[in-house]
Ligand binder design. Structure first.
Ligand code: ZN
Length: 144
């Protein structure tokens, strides 16, 4: 499914030290009323937790790093799930040697510093996540 959408507001800011990265981004969406959009961010975290989706077993395996890391890139989107804004984001992180790794951003990632840009989009029809039988993931449903 896809459709043409329009640009809305652009919100730029930074997150407070110590907050959970994923939860804080969702809070920004709730506070600004963004239900559809795109997110980019850079910064650093004091610890990180990311998921890798096991396509055969249909479960996320989580990896956790309890050490300072750079956020080389965070790319994500915002849509509706369970009646509120839901952030789906992937991060590329780097360690003190510049080695990169990452995955599906999960709760448990603590912000050291984070600068983000949230771009709102406007659509005639909502983007709502619902269980997808083909993948086991929660994906956008075609509202018809
Ligand atoms: Zn993902």
């Amino acid at each position: 499914m896809y459709r043409e959408i329009r640009k809305g507001r652009t919100i730029m800011g930074r997150l407070a030290k110590g907050v959970d990265l994923l939860a804080a981004l969702e809070q920004v969406c709730r506070e600004t009323g963004v239900n559809l959009g795109e997110l980019t961010a850079i910064g650093a975290v004091s610890k990180a937790r990311v998921g890798y989706y096991d396509q055969e077993r249909r479960v996320y395996a989580f990896e956790q790093w309890d050490r300072p890391l750079e956020i080389l890139s965070l790319a994500g989107n915002v849509s509706l799930k369970d009646g509120g804004p839901f952030v789906h984001a992937h991060v590329t992180l780097a360690d003190d040697r510049g080695r990169g790794f990452g995955g599906h951003l999960a709760e448990g990632t603590a912000v050291f510093a984070c600068e983000f840009v949230l771009r709102e989009y406007l659509s005639e029809k909502e983007y709502v996540r619902a269980p997808d039988a083909d993948t086991g993931l929660s994906l956008w449903k075609d509202a018809g």
